[in-house]
Design a protein around this ligand. Structure first.
Ligand SMILES: [Zn+2]
Length: 318
């Protein structure tokens, strides 16, 4: 028997003209709230979001959903769950919840960070978390002067350094990260999946997809570099898992800004079967398989989450 709430939601869904396949993007799922990570959801929030999906949607594996799309037999309100980058908490925090609900998921992994690596922006946040309070002079590294305060000031300093470093040449940005990690006496460990963790995710039914080696923004690379990031990332994951890796997620994922037409062709030529972006909307049978849109409601309330899912599903990408 369907609940009244579900009947109401189905009515809202059809009133909106919503249809197609919604693919959700997650990154981390934190075991508890973290003042240095205000944008990331906690396991409690993830838990109620999965409850909403169980009550009002049909959660499918990406593989099954694409198969149904192909044959025009996609069930109404179909959803896929995906995670980007390859964080260890996908295994330790999110997977037990997914298993309780019996939900399939896909994790897109940048192979270069497995077993002890870390993304540069995470390294800055982790360094600022423990750096001693006081002035921080980064002028020699091409950045300005910053102040490390206690409390919420730490986060805004970290964000300021991330913003200022974003467009530095790669080598210079690496110097900034190394300097901060040494000053903070912190090492990158534990944040990303290990090789063994990746194999365990796979053993427990999670699909693993490619996300380049170094999370490079493909649109900033020349064609040979982009090809190498895409194919090496795929080969690395296949060597660890001993099976083909079929799906790909473009780093950052916005068309033109982060990936170009040529990158779409490189991903297809590398032997992937489909790829996901971060362009909003939902997929229908004519949606290009190498530019499947994704979306995640950012609201922290159940009602707004449901409404935003319905609004997003009005935009079918063709
Ligand atoms: Zn990513």
């Amino acid at each position: 028997m369907k609940s009244l709430q579900d009947i109401a939601y189905r009515a809202l869904w059809s009133a909106c003209g919503a249809q197609g396949l919604s693919i959700l993007i997650y990154h981390r799922v934190l075991p508890r709230p973290d003042s240095m990570r205000p944008g990331e959801i906690t396991v409690r929030e993830f838990e109620w979001q999965m409850g909403l999906l169980r009550d009002h949607f049909n959660v499918l594996s990406l593989r099954d959903a694409l198969e149904y799309l192909e044959h025009g037999s996609l069930p109404p309100r179909s959803v896929c769950i995906t995670f980007d980058d390859g964080y260890a908490d996908n295994l330790t925090v999110a997977l037990p919840v997914l298993e309780r609900y019996g939900f399939a998921a896909t994790v897109f992994v940048s192979s270069g960070f497995l077993s002890g690596g870390q993304m540069w922006n995470d390294s800055i946040i982790e360094a600022l978390r423990v750096l001693r309070p006081g002035p921080l002079d980064l002028r020699l590294l091409g950045l300005g002067e910053f102040d490390v305060e206690d409390g919420s000031g730490r986060l805004s300093t970290a964000m300021g350094i991330i913003r200022a470093s974003k467009y530095l040449p790669l080598e210079r940005r690496t110097e900034v990260v190394q300097y901060l990690m040494e000053a903070a006496k912190t090492r990158s460990e534990g944040l990303m999946l290990t090789h063994e963790g990746l194999r365990e995710l796979r053993r427990r039914g999670v699909e693993v997809g490619g996300h380049t080696v170094s999370h490079a923004i493909l649109a900033s690379l020349d064609e040979d570099e982009a090809r190498s990031e895409i194919t090496r990332g795929k080969a690395d994951l296949e060597a660890i898992l001993g099976e083909p890796v079929s799906y790909f997620a473009y780093p950052n994922g916005r068309r033109d800004q982060d990936y170009r037409r040529v990158d779409v062709n490189l991903v297809r030529d590398a032997g992937f079967l489909a790829a996901v972006t971060t362009n909003w909307g939902v997929s229908s049978p004519p949606t290009p398989r190498f530019e499947l849109p994704r979306f995640t409601p950012w609201d922290r309330s159940r009602v707004k989450y449901l409404i935003r899912m319905a609004l997003n599903a009005r935009q079918t990408i063709e």
